[in-house]
Each structure stands twice: as structure tokens, then as C-alpha cells.
Design a protein around this ligand. Structure first.
Ligand code: PSZ
Length: 455
């Protein structure tokens, strides 16, 4: 480290940008040319071990040579220069590109994929696909009536039906208005924005490590599942039937809240029983951090979901879905870009690197080292740390209070380690897939020093 953070150059740039935008959330400015692998370099020349990776969205580290090489190939220039409106004028190589990239990691039972630009618009369109599916089912797959068509133009029933999506307290599914109605992690995300009267179920609050508290955790999960069924019935009676259930395999923004595979298996059954679509949001959990391509693979289910959305480490957003969630007509799920082929190009290469370097096995290995280290530190500083939890390197630990958490995050950054917070008082770990055992050790040593200062 050369300066404290933010350094003088970062401060200067923040002031300059402040005349143009709100800069209150900016930590510091980065030098992406100089950043490499797990290390992010700032504009003041500070080099930091990045365990937050642009809100969990860098799959194989900064400036990976395979990606730099790919971008320098003349044949790829036209993909970089000409951004198509994919829904109407896709390039010749687009089917091949999707097959090589996204379809090579298609989840079980979901053989179709629609790309989108970001996580929020992926979820937003996945919700629409669920509503369209639900209404087509109700209509017996007949054409919409004249009344359907005229009433929807003025936001009235039956064209704009009173359907709902059930979500969970503590969930984060994005900030656009449909998604925001299912996001319940922080009030500041939602304040002043009109929303829908949709059911919100409790997400299990479990004790960790999960394997030591199986009985009481199962009770808590049963309580939440019962509430889910009650809500589905209540909202049907209210005339706002639940068309779909949306859930993260691990609630990320909401505080890294885990639930057991049994919980998800039962929830999936409840969805099926009540005719609700089941949407798994893997925007943050997808891409390998849990040691599998998709976190839901840990549930071991043959039919894990009807729809599964992704973004972040997949570089492009989008959602996989079953055949019956394909909209029945063109222009129902549509926008200008519908994704970006440059991101598919990069993703193909990322997936090659992940396979060649066996990175999912590496994640499982370094994840175990990280968890072992967190358990040790939690035993050493019981007044400071608790509830260490994680799958792969998708890990978190709780701090005694929010102020101490902030102080730990700032001190760790001043010593060259970038971490993020989530929930009320958790610290989360979101390294790239190239995070190795020795990075874990570097982190644990620095973290230990920071904790010693807080004792
Ligand atoms: O503050 C924010 O807007 C943040 S901080 C982390 C996220 C957003 N995560 C995005 C996210 C997610 O974690 C899940 C599970 N679903 C959807 C989203 C939305 O993705 P984006 O941000 O690409 O729209």
C-alpha cells in the first residue's frame, strides 16, 4: 500500500465526477490496466487483494491473458464494433456462440436460454415469462379476448391481471420496479417507489454450521414452508393468485442466508402442487463460486426449476427456461439489444479456462481453506465473530455490530484487502475463481491482524 484509501488522485477524481454525478457510493478510482488476477490496483498505485471482485462479477481475475488474447484477434473486431439488435438481426455465428457458451452450462431440464443485459432485466423478463405462461394456461392456450387487449392498454384487468409473485424476506432480485417488488433486503432500495401487493414469506433463519444443528434448522425450515403454503392460499383467496415463486439458492445481499437442500426440494414441490412457476435467481450464486457451476446443483434435483436467471460472473445476463416458458408470440419478451455478443465471446473463453484449469475443484479446495481459517478466527475472537458459513468460496461471517464491521472493512482495505458487507452485520467473501490457497493465507494473516486491533 502506498497511500491511505482513497488516495489523493482518487480524491481529485471523485471531486471531478461529483460535478457530474452522485459520487457518495464511490470507494476509490481504479487502474484496470495495471490490475492482474486477484489484485486490483487503484489510481494511487495501491495494490489490493480483491475478495469482493466488482460485487462478485469477475470470473477469472483481472486481465486474464486468455481474454486479452481473444480481444486482440482481428476476426473478433466486428463483434466488438457492431452491436446488434439480437431479437431481429442476429449475427451468423450467434447460434454457435450460444451453444458453445451458455448452452454448455445449461441447468437440468432447461434447454432454452434468453440473453439479457443485466441481472435486473433478466429477472424482470423471467417474471413476465412466468405471467405469460400462467395466463396462457388459464385461457386454455386460446387467443386473448378483445377485452384482454383493450383493458391491458389502460392497466386494467383482465388484460393486466391481478397475479402475484411470492418472494422471501431478505431477498434481493434487482432494483427495476417489478424486481424491486420482490427485493426485501434494505429499505433504501425501495423507499418512495410504488410497488405490488405480493406475498412475502419468511426465509429460514438457521444456525451454523448447518450440519451441527440439523434438527432445529429443519424445524425452522418447516415453519417457513408452512407459511409459504398459507400465503399461496391467502393470495388466491384475495384474487391475486401466485403465478411464480422466486428465490436465491443463498440469499446474498440479505446477509448470506443459507437453507438446506431439503428446504428447496420441498419448496419446489409446493410450487408444483399449487401450479406456480419456480424461478431460481442465480445472479450472484451462479458461475462457480460455490464449487459448482450453479448453486442449485448442490440440491441434487432432477427438476430443480422452471426458470433460472443469471448475470455477474456469466458476463452476460439472461435466463434459462423450460420449453413451456417460451413466450407464445414474438415481441412479448423483447428489447433492443437482448444481450451482447461480445459478452458471449468472452464467456466462451472464460468457460474454457474454468475447464482447462479445473477451477471449480480449485474453488472447493480454497473454499475449504477459507472456511477452516474462518472457524479458527471465530474461535479465537468469539466476542467479534460468529456464524461462519459458506459453500466453496461463497462464504460469510458475522461481526458483533455494524459499526465494528465497518471499521474492520476499512482497516482491512488500508492493509490491502478488499471485502464487502451484506445483511445487517455480515462480511462476505466473493473472490474470483482463481483465488488459491496462498491467497487464502495472505487474507487470513491480514484479517487476523485487523481483528487483533479490534479485540
Ligand atoms: O446495490 C445493488 O444494486 C446490488 S449489490 C449486489 C447486487 C446488486 N446484486 C445484484 C443481483 C443479485 O445479487 C441477485 C441475486 N439478483 C439480481 C441482481 C440484480 O442484478 P443487477 O445488479 O445486474 O441488475
Amino acid at each position: 500500500m502506498k497511500t491511505s484509501i482513497p488516495g489523493p488522485r482518487s480524491q481529485e477524481l471523485t471531486k471531478q465526477l461529483g460535478d457530474i454525478q452522485n459520487v457518495a457510493a464511490i470507494h476509490f478510482f481504479c487502474n484496470y490496466d495495471e490490475s492482474r488476477g486477484n489484485y486490483l490496483v487503484d489510481v494511487d498505485g495501491n495494490r489490493m487483494l480483491d475478495i469482493y471482485t466488482q460485487i462478485s462479477s469477475i470470473p477469472i481475475g483481472y486481465n486474464h491473458p486468455a481474454l486479452l488474447k481473444l480481444m486482440s484477434i482481428p476476426n473478433n473486431l466486428s463483434t466488438l464494433v457492431n452491436r446488434p439488435a439480437l431479437g431481429i438481426l442476429p449475427p451468423e455465428n450467434f447460434p454457435d456462440q450460444l451453444t458453445e457458451s451458455l448452452l454448455s452450462v445449461a441447468p437440468k431440464g432447461m434447454g432454452r436460454v434468453q440473453t439479457m443485459a443485466c441481472g435486473s432485466c433478466s429477472n424482470e423478463n423471467a417474471y413476465k415469462a412466468m405471467f405469460i405462461w400462467y395466463r396462457n394456461k388459464e385461457r386454455g392456450h386460446k387467443s386473448p379476448s378483445e377485452e384482454d387487449l383493450s383493458s391491458c392498454m389502460v392497466n386494467q384487468v383482465p388484460g393486466c391481471p391481478d397475479l402475484s409473485i411470492l418472494s422471501f424476506m431478505g431477498a434481493f432480485h434487482g432494483r427495476t420496479m417489478g424486481c424491486l417488488a420482490t427485493t426485501h433486503s434494505k429499505a433504501i432500495h425501495k423507499l418512495d417507489v410504488p410497488s405490488f401487493d405480493w406475498p412475502i414469506a419468511p426465509f429460514p433463519t438457521l444456525r451454523y454450521p448447518l450440519e451441527e444443528f440439523t434438527r432445529e434448522n429443519a424445524q425452522e425450515e418447516a415453519r417457513c414452508l408452512e407459511e409459504v403454503e398459507d400465503l399461496i392460499v391467502k393470495w388466491r383467496q384475495k384474487g391475486k393468485p401466485v403465478a411464480g415463486i422466486v428465490i436465491e439458492p443463498i440469499q446474498a445481499e440479505g446477509g448470506d442466508n443459507h437453507a438446506s437442500p431439503d428446504f428447496f426440494v420441498s419448496l419446489r414441490k409446493i410450487a408444483r402442487k399449487h401450479g406456480c412457476a419456480f424461478h431460481v435467481d442465480e445472479v450472484q450464486t451462479g458461475g462457480g463460486n460455490t464449487g459448482k457451476q450453479w448453486a442449485h446443483e448442490h440440491w441434487g434435483m432432477e427438476d430443480p426449476a422452471d426458470i433460472m436467471s443469471f448475470s455477474k460472473k456469466l458476463l452476460t445476463g439472461g435466463f434459462f427456461h423450460k420449453d413451456e416458458f417460451q413466450a407464445d408470440k414474438p415481441f412479448r419478451i423483447f428489447n433492443t439489444w437482448m444481450g451482447d455478443p461480445t459478452k458471449n465471446l468472452l464467456l466462451t473463453e472464460v468457460l474454457k479456462v474454468v475447464r482447462k484449469e479445473n477451477l471449480l475443484a480449485e474453488v472447493t479446495r480454497s473454499g475449504k481453506a477459507l472456511m477452516d481459517g474462518l472457524y479458527d478466527l471465530q474461535a479465537k475472537y468469539p466476542g467479534l465473530l460468529s456464524r461462519a458459513r459458506g459453500v466453496g468460496t461463497f462464504c460469510a461471517i458475522d461481526v458483533c455490530d455494524d459499526a465494528t464491521r465497518t471499521s474492520i472493512l476499512v482497516k482491512a482495505r488500508d492493509k490491502g484487502v478488499l471485502l464487502g458487507g451484506c445483511g445487517d452485520r455480515s462480511i462476505r467473501f466473493r473472490p474470483a475463481l482463481v483465488f488459491k490457497d496462498y491467497h487464502v493465507n495472505i487474507f487470513l494473516n491480514i484479517f487476523n491482524d485487523v481483528l487483533a486491533e479490534h479485540k
